[in-house]
Design a protein around this ligand. Structure first.
Ligand code: GLV
Length: 309
């Protein structure tokens, strides 16, 4: 039996697998190195990151594979239909990263509303000349309306925080009255998965529906936002600010984003707390061990799969 991970993990995967299957070979690299250099020819289980594109060409190299444990809640990096057709289980890491991601969404919302990156840059530049009545005026969140796109686990966790801040919460899922949320909200925060229906959900037209005082926050997937029109809207002052934790072509960042005014940038760190990342890795190990033990894992994504024996 062979278990392969594309990345180092904050748990001892090898020890956990060998405790159940003493003869198992477990390969965990020092750091993420991608899939290309991995020998998957006799791999029974694969632990991967959202950076790893798992498609039919990868499955063709892995004829014995029984489970792919994606160390993320989102799985748009995986061709789920190909896995299901091949009888391979796909697991993800829901719940354990919900609060961490909601906290980051809130941090970005506040950073954008209060222009924290501009303030920090001013202090560091040595150009700050002292307190001014009109300096770096931002937006107060109390009494404002938060529009959540994707009222799943993370959207609901953001909503709970917003209510604590005295915000009103409205929401829509893709296909519902998304336009109405964009038109009414003072802050729009994206918490939907990336699917054909949510690709470029935030486009020029929807940005045009937003209030000039509104803020956009994206901690979901980069491709939910069409970055070009966002840069144009921010540059023209058609919305107040935006904050992005995710990008269309990670890790490439469109050069226009780096110089765009009123844009807070973070390097896809929604779930980046020690607590969340450790539990995410543990869920991957749990999924691998369940499938290799002939059980259906609790966090199975392709529930219709008929698992390989
Ligand atoms: C991170 O983006 C995740 O989907 O877990």
């Amino acid at each position: 039996m062979r278990v392969v991970s594309t990345s180092s993990l904050p748990i001892d995967l090898a020890a956990q697998v060998r405790a159940r299957f003493p003869a198992a070979r477990v390969e965990v690299p020092e750091q993420w190195g991608g899939l290309a250099r991995l020998d998957l020819s006799d791999a029974d289980a694969l632990v991967c990151l959202l950076l790893d594109r798992i498609d039919a060409s990868v499955l063709a190299r892995a004829p014995r594979l029984r489970v792919v444990a994606n160390c993320a809640v989102g799985y748009d990096n995986v061709d789920m239909a190909a896995l299901t057709a091949a009888g391979i289980a796909l697991t993800n890491t829901p719940d354990v990263l919900t609060e961490a991601t909601a906290e980051l969404a809130f941090a970005l919302m506040m950073a954008a509303a209060r222009r924290l990156p501009e303030g920090e840059a001013l202090v560091r530049s040595g150009q700050w000349e002292g307190w001014r009545l009109d300096q770096l005026l931002g937006v107060q969140l109390l009494g404002k309306t938060l529009g959540i796109i994707g009222m799943g686990r993370i959207g609901q966790a953001v909503a709970r925080r917003a209510r604590g801040f005295g915000m009103h919460v409205i929401h829509a899922d893709a296909g519902e009255d998304v336009d109405g949320v964009f038109a009414r909200a003072d802050v729009v925060s994206l918490h939907c998965p990336l699917t054909p229906a949510t690709r470029h959900l935030v486009d020029a037209r929807r940005l045009g529906l937003m209030k000039p005082t509104a803020i956009l926050v994206n901690t979901a997937r980069g491709a939910c936002v069409d970055e070009g029109p966002l840069v144009e809207a921010l540059t023209a002052g058609r919305i107040f600010a935006a904050a992005l934790d995710v990008f269309e072509r990670e890790p490439e960042i469109d050069a226009r984003l780096k110089t765009c005014p009123r844009l807070v940038l973070a390097p896809h760190i929604g779930s980046a707390t020690t607590e969340a990342r450790t539990q995410m890795a543990q869920l991957c190990a749990d999924g691998v061990l369940a499938v290799l033990s002939g059980q259906r894992p609790g966090n199975l994504v392709n529930t219709e799969v008929v698992l390989r024996g």
